[in-house]
Design a protein around this ligand. Sequence first.
Ligand code: ZN
Length: 179
Amino acid sequence: MALLPIVEVPDPRLRQISAPVETVDDDIRALIRDMFETMYHAPGIGLAAIQVGVPKRVLVMDLQEPAEEGGEPVKEPRVFINPEIVTYSDDDVPYTEGCLSVPDQYAEVERPDRIRARWLDEHGKQHEEELDGLLAVCLQHEMDHLEGILFIDHLSRLKREMVLKKLAKMRKERGLRAA
Ligand code: ZN
């Protein structure tokens, strides 16, 4: 297993469209293991392969929600290969999103609250399920990465520029501290 470097804005690789996985083989499973390690270490709840520079339609997610309020996070790793959304609900709900490729920046994005999705798991087995709440939001966010779309693209131009300005300021401050 290996920790992979995370690609951050404005790296043009984040704008690439990822290609479908033809065969779910040991190479893909090795990539998935490294992606989980990288995601848990970051820490984050979702990661698309392009965020570690691999333009393939592979996502890993784990909401790590505690079983009870204030309790220990429970690990529930999920793998989505070649995911597709079959149907969306009509009602959009706002949710505060963040992204490992836009570090430490958060903004509210509206997305359908309920989706029906289809995907392959790490053994190549097909799944189709209805997802809602944070799981639905997170899958839509990660699937955007496969099309080269970031959550900040859903914001108004003004808000997007604010987020990028805050990120530049944070990087500058961290750079100064490191120097
Ligand atoms: Zn993201």
